[in-house]
Design a protein around this ligand. Structure first.
Ligand code: SF4
Length: 383
């Protein structure tokens, strides 16, 4: 297997919009969790299936490890070293893109960043989210905009030459002019990659409750769409290629996420982590203690597995691949799904092309500019 996701479900504080599988005030479980994670990785290494035949595009990807969360940078350097050593039998570390997510508020020590880089982590993905301090406070973030900027500079000084920054648009109180100022600023930071997400109000989050109670207001859909268009324009002008619906890069597309968008197989370890080894998808137990207990008693910590059909594989290959600006190549689809695009979706694709929602030609299917704005309408045709 070529790709591995590792979930670190700890945060100093829960952000008000977050519905990821992550927990605050559980620092006392980190050591036991790391031990369980290393055991699960050893179990995976003992049983990992051989990689399936891959298309040329999937084969061209580097192996990847993605430390996601939660906040992986709440682990000590010694703990991250243990986790990577446990992952080494699965993924060749020296060749791999090894990403760690980082909350800027947890990487304020320069030695920590230098240590992380020395351990082989070669891509850092920082959740900056906003450059407006009152908004950061409203979101429950533990850092200021200035601290985030400093962490970006420190990461560069520590030797990271592959940096991603996450931002959210459509935030409470945000307007187009404010977002354009943010884009103008970050366009000069010269990082390799941006992930820009529109705010999703998840039920069960404090922010959702504040908005539905009318205590906080967020921009409407038209205003949020204008912010997305501004991002395309501004980052394009700053030299970034818009290679996936929410992602821009100057030169270094994220290899791990490309594996997802190519609907490749990947292993996953940690509480609540999702893995995909066709014809099966699995999700691990969500709770930290449940996860630790399962692994400690020698059981797989899997909460649920889903059997995938050949039709599921085709549909997911389309829905994930159409997120890419390059779209889905006929050769990749045939290699991954064992059927031709025309055989699987000929009539659907002809109809979508007639509606100018996709472009189908040169052996590829991609969203048209109109299809990009109406992506959900296109994706629904493959469900
Ligand atoms: S730091 Fe990230 S994972 Fe943690 S609560 Fe905030 S948004 Fe969620």
């Amino acid at each position: 297997m070529k790709h591995l996701y590792i979930h670190i479900p700890f945060c100093h504080r829960r952000c008000s919009y977050c519905d990821f599988n992550t927990y605050a005030n559980m620092e006392d479980r980190i050591a036991a969790y790391v031990a369980a994670l290393c055991t699960e990785l050893a179990m995976l290494a003992a049983e990992a299936p051989p990689p399936p035949p891959a298309s040329a595009e999937a084969a061209a990807l580097r192996p990847t490890i993605f430390l996601g969360g939660g906040t992986p940078t709440m682990l000590s350097l010694a703990q991250i070293e243990r986790v990577l050593a446990a992952a080494a039998p699965l993924i060749p570390l020296a060749e791999a893109e090894i990403t760690s997510e980082a909350n800027p508020g947890t990487v304020l020590e320069r030695d920590y960043l230098r240590g992380l880089r020395a351990l082989g982590v070669n891509r850092l993905s920082m959740g900056v989210q906003s450059l407006h301090d009152p908004t950061l406070r409203l979101l429950g973030r533990i850092h200021s905009a200035a601290e985030a900027r400093r962490s970006v500079a420190d990461a560069r000084a520590a030797g990271f030459d592959n940096l991603n920054l996450d931002f959210i648009f459509g935030l409470p109180g945000q307007d187009l002019a404010g977002w354009e100022r943010t884009l103008a600023t970050i366009g000069t930071w010269e990082v390799e990659h941006f992930s820009l997400y529109s705010l999703i109000l998840e039920e069960r989050t404090p922010l959702y409750a504040q908005v539905t109670a009318g205590r906080v207001s967020v921009p409407d859909d038209d205003a949020t769409a204008a912010m997305y268009e501004a991002a395309m324009e501004r980052l394009g002008a700053a030299g970034y290629t818009h290679y996936e619906i929410s992602n821009w890069t100057r030169s270094r597309p994220c290899q791990h996420n490309l594996a997802y968008w190519l609907n490749s197989d990947y292993l996953a370890a940690g509480a609540g982590a999702h893995g995909h080894v066709y014809p099966t998808r699995y999700v691990n137990l969500l709770g930290v203690d449940d996860y630790i207990k399962a692994v400690a008693s020698g059981r797989w910590p899997i909460a649920e597995t889903t059997a995938l059909t050949a039709d599921d594989l085709c549909a997911e290959t389309m829905m994930m691949g159409l997120r890419l600006s390059a779209g889905v190549s006929a050769a990749h689809f045939a290699a991954r799904c064992g059927r031709s695009l025309d055989e699987a979706y000929g009539a659907t694709l002809r109809d979508l092309a007639a509606q100018e929602l996709i472009v189908w030609g040169d052996g590829r299917v991609r969203l048209s500019p109109r299809g990009r704005m109406l992506g959900n309408r296109v994706f629904a045709r493959f469900v």
